[in-house]
Design a protein around this ligand. Structure first.
Ligand SMILES: C[S@@+](CC[C@H](N)C(=O)[O-])C[C@H]1O[C@@H](n2cnc3c(N)ncnc32)[C@H](O)[C@@H]1O
Length: 269
């Protein structure tokens, strides 16, 4: 699909808790993946936020979900890709159920929970079994799913009758049957290399489905943890205006350059 002329990309170097440059009620869809609490890759990020334990990590993320709530139009959707973590804590090895705490925080700031997606990455490798041998009872079930949690600001989004953008944004029956089922087992993860190693980038198919499912051509899509910009580039290709925020200076510069290139701006030298 050709991008519509107004489908520009805006990137901002800043803090997701403040959503700089994003006006209240100006976004129809948010697609994002935050730093995951209790995953060692993100310890330093949370430490910089002053969060060193699990509740305070979710406390910081909760400030982002509150800002997201304000940024959305009534009926707008927040989609959060997050995984649980397995790690030793003060009371020993255990699960840290990030999907539960993100859900709790989102409900606390006013979101309505909607049915979510379990993203089960297909793999050729045998399960990374956590235990030894074949003797019960002390082994662990393998964490091989991530979540795509879905929330709405209030009731259904209201649109003008016969809004032509709805027809232009239509999905096929095959797409609907696949995308609206609760388990996505046909989306491989991507190799985390280069910038991706630092950002935990998700594959473009994840935002592509969510943007087609929950927004219209011409809508505005926000990613408050933009990383390598996967959400932004997919949104642009699908004719949606997009806004991305990241607080990493290096990533932000790369985002601004790619956005300028896609917007057709003169790239600053
Ligand atoms: C899981 S990654 C997002 C990856 C992204 N979905 C992609 O495909 O590249 C989380 C991102 O959040 C950014 N980040 C961490 N703390 C932040 C904050 N307070 N404000 C904005 N961005 C933040 C990190 O720099 C990182 O790029």
């Amino acid at each position: 699909m050709d991008p519509v002329p107004s489908a520009t990309i805006r990137t901002v170097h800043g803090d997701a808790r403040e959503l700089p440059g994003v006006a209240p009620g100006s976004v129809e869809l948010i697609v994002t993946s935050p730093p995951y609490p209790m995953i060692p890759q993100w310890d330093e990020t949370f430490h910089r936020w002053g969060a060193t334990d699990y509740p305070s990590m979710h406390g910081r993320l909760g400030e982002v979900w509150a800002a997201c709530f304000r940024a959305l139009v009534p009926g707008g959707i927040l989609a959060v890709n997050v995984g649980d973590a397995l790690r030793s804590g003060p009371d020993g090895f255990r699960l840290w159920p990030n999907h539960v705490d993100v859900t709790r925080s989102c409900e606390t700031v006013g979101f309505r929970s909607l049915p979510y997606v379990l993203w089960k990455k297909p793999t050729n490798k045998p399960n990374a079994f956590l235990g030894s041998g074949f003797l019960p009872p002390n082994a662990y079930v393998t964490l091989d799913c991530e979540f795509v949690l879905l929330f709405r600001r209030g009731g259904l989004r209201r649109l003008p009758p016969k809004d032509p953008r709805r027809e232009r944004s239509r999905y096929t029956k095959a797409e609907r049957d696949r995308w609206f089922s609760q388990v996505w087992d046909d989306v491989p993860g991507i190799r985390q290399s280069g910038k991706g190693r630092r950002t935990g980038a998700f594959p473009p198919e994840i935002p592509r489905r969510l943007i087609r499912m929950f927004s219209l051509v011409g809508d505005t899509v926000l990613d408050p943890f933009a990383g390598t910009g996967t959400t932004l580039w997919v949104a642009h290709a699908l004719g949606r205006t997009s806004v991305g925020i990241d607080n990493d200076p290096e990533l932000s510069e790369a985002l601004a350059r790619e956005a300028a290139r896609l917007n057709g701006d003169r790239i600053p030298v």
